[in-house]
Design a binder for this molecule. Structure first.
Ligand code: ZN
Length: 294
């Protein structure tokens, strides 16, 4: 089984058209031939196909209220049981917890202004902004997800721009206060520590699994240009991630902590790069607590 790829597939731009599910699968855009969600409960979902089916789905182009899978009669398509929080349904929730993007593909069978005229169209990356369970008209529980498009690019529509503006949902403040987007490297480091904070030993447990954040010691991007490598990453709880990013706490070369008491826990397989720790200490203000453990 090829490794799951989160994000764009190289060489396939947004707006690309495909004749069939088989072609989508062969190109690696959406591997399962029938399932709407490509994902695993422990990894997250890398792609979904919107092709009708669930009447509760609402498609606003750059925003989608998507219904999870399961519980339907294969012949009538009617909901005949509760949807369970497993497999693809759990995978999509994991995308929210870890800030993972999901590729969205629309099929021509979708009853939406944004469906392509024929075949399937790749509509780019969306983030899972929220998830919840709700009892539908059928009386059964379904899992629902709000997906929000990553880029400003508009999804092609059949309706006129004026019609489109009328239907557009009012912009609401996101419920996501801070979204820490995973990278492959940060996933590995968090896994190595089993989601336990290297500063305080806290391990947060949620319905979608344990939660921790990958903190880059030397930040990514200009002007710092820190690498996305395990030597530049820490596994931290959200509180200590914020304090670290704002320079309230830091780490000495001997792994004692600056700003709080204690010592950084380091796994034997985790080769931290001391240059990055030095960079962090030199580029942020001294801790207001001033309790440098020297
Ligand atoms: Zn912590």
């Amino acid at each position: 089984v090829p490794e799951r790829t989160f994000g764009h597939i190289e060489g396939i731009p947004e707006g690309s058209l495909f004749a069939s599910r088989a072609e989508l699968s062969a190109k690696g855009l959406h591997r399962p031939l029938q399932a709407g969600i490509s994902g695993a409960g422990e990894e997250g979902a890398d792609s979904i196909v919107l092709s009708g089916g669930y009447e509760d789905d609402q498609d606003y182009g750059e925003q989608v209220i998507y219904t999870g899978h399961g519980g339907r009669d294969p012949n009538s398509g009617k909901q005949i049981a509760d949807q369970r929080f497993i497999a693809g349904n759990k995978a999509l929730a994991l995308n929210k917890a870890h800030g993972l993007p999901v590729r969205v593909i629309r099929g021509s069978e979708l009853e939406s202004q944004y469906a392509p005229d024929e075949g399937y169209r790749y509509d780019g990356l969306y983030y899972v902004d929220d998830f919840w369970s709700a009892v539908g008209d059928s009386g059964y529980t379904a899992w629902r997800y709000r997906l929000v498009k990553e880029s400003d690019a508009r999804v092609p529509a059949r309706e006129t721009p004026a019609e489109r503006e009328d239907r557009r949902p009012k912009r609401v403040e996101s419920t996501v206060l801070r979204l820490v987007r995973d990278t492959k490297q940060s996933r590995q480091v968090k896994h190595l520590y089993d989601y336990t904070c290297q500063f305080c030993g806290t391990r947060l447990v949620t319905p979608v699994g344990a939660y921790a954040e990958g903190a880059h010691i030397r930040p990514l991007g200009e002007p710092h240009n820190g690498p996305d490598s395990s030597g530049n990453l820490l596994c931290l709880c959200p509180n200590h991630h914020v304090l670290f990013d704002l320079g309230a706490i830091s780490v000495n070369d001997d792994l004692t902590l600056v700003g709080i008491s204690g010592r950084l826990t380091v796994h034997p397989q985790h080769k931290l790069n001391a240059d990055h720790l030095t960079y962090h200490r030199e580029h942020y203000p001294d801790s207001p607590a001033g309790s440098s453990a020297q």
